[in-house]
Design a protein around this ligand. Structure first.
Ligand SMILES: [Cu+2]
Length: 151
């Protein structure tokens, strides 16, 4: 029958289509998460975000219990001054790594409820447009390289 190969092709086509529309498991990986130790006021969280998927994704929100308001920020240079600017989302291109790091993109924790003590960990949920909710633990330290705590 002549029709059969055509149907088979069609079926293959649809199988591939549905596979593509499903979110890949572990398409987003988070590494090197740390938060700056503070006694009062604001703190910052830095992470490395790997997008293993062939589709771009976006970090759209962050949830945590350590403060009421969390914002996504970047630093912009205006003359000799660096200013923080709020972002609605952070783009994570397909098959790329985006580093949130000092002087650049960061997760801003506004007015922490309690001091963030060096050596402890805080829990955060990073919410991605496609990959959904990703739970992480961020180590609290004074800065990226110096930590009185055990690694
Ligand atoms: Cu900020």
């Amino acid at each position: 029958m002549v029709l059969y190969p055509f149907l088979l092709l069609l079926q293959l086509f649809f199988t591939e289509m549905s596979a593509k529309s499903l979110p890949a498991i572990n398409s987003i990986q988070i590494d090197e998460a740390w938060a700056r130790a503070t006694t009062v006021g604001n703190s910052v969280v830095y992470v490395k975000i790997f997008n293993n998927s062939s589709q771009p994704d976006r970090l759209v929100n962050v949830e945590t219990d350590v403060c009421k308001v969390v914002e996504l920020h970047t630093h912009l240079r205006e003359g000799d001054i660096y200013k923080m600017r709020r972002l609605k989302a952070i783009e994570i291109p397909a098959k790329q790594v985006i580093s949130l790091e000092e002087g650049g993109l960061h997760i801003m924790l506004m007015n922490v409820f309690e001091p963030l003590k060096e050596g402890t960990e805080i829990k955060l949920i990073l919410v991605f447009e496609k990959a959904g909710r990703v739970s992480i633990l961020a180590k609290v330290r004074k800065n990226k390289y110096k930590c009185g705590c055990k690694d």
